[in-house]
Design a protein around this ligand. Structure first.
Ligand code: ADP
Length: 527
């Protein structure tokens, strides 16, 4: 993910500064229209009580102790949606204290009781699906339909783990001595620090908080400073669902200071993080001081391999979905599209046609499937990657520049003749840019696909069942999609190998990340 920094202040320079294209009169007019639409959405959200703009400590909505705030901006317009507190170490310490105090009661509830609270929360998330979707589009930029889809997906983790809460089984181990009985108990880890990114403002939170609460843990959540509003709205709904005060605490602001407070605390027994590999490594190193558990979901560099024997329509549909979801801003987005030489030209032509037909614009507008990038830094990253690729012989077939809408809108792009040594193949581009690489043999494709430190998602398109298995087993990745471009679901384990992370989220395995095993030996039974 593109690294970025947010500064607390009372008068901020725009983080999402406008490009020269915004000065064009037509674009200014359009931007004003978009802004007034967004204003009325904000007003509706305010009156529904879902536009929360404070942190939550011990069930009390709280400002930063020094009164500092930071702006949350709409990436489609640059407008300020709200100011939220810019918190730091002191607020985090109090949030940890509150989570720790609540842990003693929350963890002692029966699983069935915790399950009921979570189910109620799930129901409320679904009832407010539209408003939460609007908030996601406002602060993150993705098209409304996709944003509402994220709400359903995000809520599904709460529903799933409400059910899993009741299935945390221990074990009885056959004893090695006749007068002993051996048991394994599963118990909640304790207070969990939850740190999440901006690309899925709801789902990245629920897939951590769902299993944490289900297992009896309490949490201190730090959402991304770029997209805290969805998290705050979802937390308001958790309170409405009756989840006890202090079970979920939310702080945001100075990320390193909050991170350090979480890492240094002995009460925080686990950190679960989704974000850049660089930050993940820092957190992992920082967790060593108190020997905390860590779950990390870090950057990917997903290969999408299209073999000559693939059904080309299925491959185009799958590659489009895998590449352009969330304007290319997901860690499972296809980062390198490897196409076998026999269908390379045909694929490139048909794929480019499909890419050209995508509508770019404000996520609130009907028919738009590609929103803006999150900010200027993200655009600069794409520009640098494309410049490097073109200087080394790649050719831009479609797009390749900022969109005429200005701001951080970027044209959906197809680049051909890409080589695995280019920057665009080495690192996540995190943008609507599809690099096409050519390969000859299956072995070569596997070699290129695995030639990276990342190992999160991979996709293959082939009509051969034998090849499907052979290649899936050879790929050094945590997730493999065969003839499918979108495979994430709450019922399957999500997570990477190599430097893409540690641990799994979702599925029956996801709850283990929040549980400790305790061995109990009952002895002297013959006395
Ligand atoms: P992204 O490219 O998504 O911004 P980051 O890793 O920078 O990736 O950010 C992901 C999350 O990690 C965000 O909530 C961010 O505020 C947080 N973060 C960044 N640096 C630190 C840090 N030093 N300690 C704790 N959290 C951090």
């Amino acid at each position: 993910m593109a690294g970025m920094m947010v500064f607390c202040t009372r008068s901020l320079l725009s983080r999402r500064s406008s490009s020269p294209a915004l000065r064009h009169p037509f674009v200014s007019l359009l931007s004003r229209q978009i802004s007034s639409e967004a204003d009325s959405i904000v007003d509706r959200l305010k009156s529904s009580g879902l536009l929360r703009t404070q942190g939550l400590i011990g069930g009390t909505w709280t400002d930063a102790y020094d009164g500092k705030t930071l702006k949350v901006q709409n990436p489609a317009t640059g407008d300020v949606i709200a100011n939220v507190p810019c918190m730091g170490g002191r607020e985090t310490i109090d949030a940890i204290g509150s989570a720790s105090e609540t842990f003693s009661s929350w963890s002692k509830l029966t699983a069935a009781e915790r399950s009921k609270y979570l189910r109620k929360w799930y129901d409320l998330l679904i009832v407010h699906k539209e408003e939460l979707g609007q908030l996601i589009t406002l602060e993150q930029g993705k098209p409304l339909k996709e944003a509402i889809g994220e709400v359903s997906y995000g809520a599904s983790f709460i529903e799933f783990f409400a059910e899993e809460a009741k299935r945390v089984y221990g074990d009885i181990i056959p004893a090695t001595l006749p007068d002993r009985r051996l048991f394994v108990l599963k118990q909640p880890v304790g207070v969990v620090g939850v740190i999440t990114p901006w690309n899925f403002p709801l789902a990245m939170i629920t897939r951590k908080v769902g299993p944490a609460l289900a297992s009896g843990c309490t949490v201190v959540v730090k959402p991304s400073e770029l997209t805290p509003l969805t998290c705050l709205a979802a937390t308001e709904l958790a309170l409405q669902a009756g989840i006890p005060k202090g079970a979920i605490n939310v702080v945001m602001g100075n990320a390193p200071e909050i991170g350090d407070a979480l890492l240094e605390s002995k009460q925080v027994r686990k950190i679960t993080f989704t974000g850049s590999t660089a930050t993940g490594k820092k957190l992992m190193a920082g967790a060593a001081g108190t020997v905390k558990r860590v779950s990390l979901e870090l950057g990917g560099n997903a290969p999408c391999i299209i073999f000559d024997d693939a059904d080309i329509d299925v491959a185009i549909k799958g590659a489009m979905a895998a590449k352009f979801r969330n304007s290319g801003q997901t860690c499972v987005c296809a980062n390198r599209i490897l196409v076998q030489e026999g269908i390379y030209e045909k694929f490139a032509t048909a794929f480019s046609k499909a890419v050209q037909s995508m509508q770019v614009g404000n996520g609130f507008h009907e028919g738009v499937v590609q929103g803006p990038l999150i900010n200027e830094a993200a655009v600069h990253k794409v520009e640098a990657f494309l410049e490097d690729a073109v200087s080394k012989g790649a050719k831009i077939l479609v797009g390749g520049k900022r969109h005429s809408l200005g701001m951080t809108f970027y044209e959906p792009t197809v680049v051909t003749d890409v080589k695995n040594e280019m920057l665009i193949s080495r690192d996540e581009v995190f943008a609507p840019v599809a690099p096409l690489l050519r390969f000859k043999t299956e072995e070569e494709a596997i070699h290129i696909a695995n030639d990276t430190d990342a190992g999160l998602a991979a996709y293959i398109f082939t009509s051969s069942m034998q090849r499907s298995w052979r290649v899936s087993e050879a790929l050094e990745y945590g997730l493999v999609g065969i003839n499918e471009g979108i495979i994430s679901t709450e019922v399957a384990p999500f997570g990477g190998v190599k430097q893409s992370g540690l641990g799994r989220e979702g599925s029956k395995y996801g709850i283990d990340e929040y549980l400790e095993m305790k061995y109990i030996c009952l002895g002297n039974l013959s006395n």
